[in-house]
Design a protein around this ligand. Structure first.
Ligand SMILES: C[S@@+](CC[C@H](N)C(=O)[O-])C[C@H]1O[C@@H](n2cnc3c(N)ncnc32)[C@H](O)[C@@H]1O
Length: 222
């Protein structure tokens, strides 16, 4: 029923220990999959807009699961009842928006499993998580036609630090996995190009982008 690799990878990180909340659910495809696959007994599917919530309702009615999915109109997690929520998925949004949604919901610090899939600026999200006491448990890379997506599983520990640039760019990707290796290679190429551009503009022999690209390349060779 769900053939979107990106959403399937998000589902793969859901613990299923309690209620899952899919923030920005749009058509509720992920919410429906979590229930129909038996991974979750109950899901909250939320969106800030009415149009997506209408599409979500159509999906859950189509699958006959209206009693197992609660639709909530909410800006981020503002209107979500936190009781028994074990997993929060925020997928398909920009990194800055994901960070602001997490920041506004301090109850996420009580052991909630976060599954985050930024459409832009994954390095920004990884740094923000580290600096705000969230530890990344694992990451998955997904390639959908020519685009790569990172799916980040994280939880709050309260231990804050600033990560190095290698972590910012490839996080906890499992480099024994082919798609994750491709993801890392692409990040190294992007950094190399940016670093070269900076050298041409400012001169000098190296810069942090080039050094990070080199370190990622070494990890891939090692
Ligand atoms: C690109 S869709 C992603 C849908 C789905 N999560 C996915 O990954 O395929 C983004 C959805 O997030 C919703 N959204 C945007 N900002 C939001 C916010 N602050 N709170 C809740 N939902 C939001 C949009 O209305 C839209 O339905």
């Amino acid at each position: 029923m769900l053939n979107d690799q990106r959403l399937l990878a998000c589902a793969g990180h859901v613990s299923g220990k309690g209620i899952a909340c899919d923030v920005g659910t749009d058509h509720a495809y992920l919410a429906a999959y979590l229930v129909k696959s038996g991974k979750c007994g109950f899901v909250i599917a939320s969106d800030v807009k009415d149009g997506p919530l209408l599409s979500a309702r159509a999906t859950i009615e189509k699958y006959g699961i209206s009693d197992k999915v609660m639709l909530v109109k909410s800006d981020g997690l503002d209107n979500i009842p936190p009781d028994n929520v074990s997993d929060v998925i925020i997928a398909g949004m920009g990194a800055e928006l994901i960070c602001s949604i997490i920041e506004k919901a301090p109850w996420l610090k009580n052991g909630v499993n976060l599954i985050l899939q930024p459409m832009t600026r994954a390095p920004f999200l990884r740094r923000w998580l580290c600096q705000n006491g969230y530890e990344t448990d694992a990451e998955t890379a997904v390639k959908d036609s020519r685009f790569f997506y990172a799916i980040i599983k994280a939880h709050y520990t309260g231990i804050s630090h600033t990560p190095d640039e290698v972590f910012e760019n490839i996080g906890k990707m499992d480099l024994s996995d082919d798609v994750s290796r491709e993801y890392a290679k692409k990040q190294a190429e992007r950094l190399f190009k940016a670093g070269k551009g900076m050298l041409e503009a400012t001169g000098g022999e190296t810069n942090s982008a080039l050094e990070t690209a080199q370190k990622i390349k070494k990890l891939l060779e090692g």
